[in-house]
Design a protein. Structure first.
Length: 240
């Protein structure tokens, strides 16, 4: 099981609606489920609006035929998105997003295999909790400014700057470092970076907040440097 540090002062983090918008913005694949079919689509969808997605199903798809036979041309369906950490860590699934709604042929496209999915319900599974969201909440929220580049940032940080990750761990409360055998970057967003601290008995997640929330990806470089400067000023902490 994972746990998250709860310091005395609240630490800003993405809202459930922001998390959903970020997962949808970054996702390259999804699982489409109807009454008769379950199909994995990779690189075949686009986000037209917070609650509207365009699916380019393969030509001659059974799903396309199922939609065509649906009464009124609307077929009940669900879309599942799984947010997987780009860095190899224990339990790599960071979040699951499940959208429920209606699938229909997109009349605005010449491609007969283009389907439109209109969201009616949204559910987020994250950090052991489950959230039900209204479509209006998704419309009002914004995806994280790092959503499209986070995977590249994390893999670069873990692969080329392991020393920086170890240094950032010095900002963690010393009690949380006891018995830790490995530190990995798990997530980075406008509010800060999340480290996964692994032990023989399991793992623990801790968020290190940026001095101020990011405005754009370029701003993230400055905020990361500020965290590293703070970390360098910390006394070296033992994990024993």
């Amino acid at each position: 099981m994972s746990a998250t540090d709860h310091p005395t002062a609240p630490v800003a983090e993405p809202t459930p609606a922001e998390l959903v918008r970020s997962v949808l913005a970054a996702a390259r694949s999804l699982t489409l489920t109807t009454e008769a079919h379950r199909v994995d689509l990779v690189g075949l969808h686009s986000l037209e609006a917070p609650g509207r997605l365009l699916l380019n199903v393969p030509a001659g798809s059974h799903v396309g035929a199922e939609v065509a036979r649906a009464p009124g041309g609307d077929l009940a369906a669900s879309l599942e998105f799984i947010d997987v950490a780009p860095v190899s860590v224990p339990d790599r699934i960071r979040a699951r997003v499940l959208l429920g709604g209606w699938l229909s042929v997109d009349g605005q496209r010449a491609n007969a295999e283009a389907l439109c999915f209109e969201t009616v319900t949204a559910e987020l599974g994250h950090d052991g909790r489950r959230f039900e969201l209204e479509v209006d909440e998704l419309t009002a929220a914004e995806p994280d400014p790092l959503a499209a580049t986070e995977a590249e940032l994390l893999t670069h940080l873990a692969g080329a700057h392991g020393d920086a990750v170890e240094l950032l761990a010095q900002l963690v409360d010393h009690r949380s470092l006891l018995g830790v055998t490995r530190v990995d970057p798990l997530r980075v967003d406008r509010y800060g970076i999340v480290l996964r601290l692994s032990r023989a008995s399991g793992y623990h997640d801790v968020r290190l907040p940026f001095p101020v929330p990011l405005r754009n990806p370029a701003h993230g470089v400055l905020q990361m440097r500020a965290l590293l400067t703070r970390a360098k000023a910390c006394p070296r902490r033992s994990r024993r």
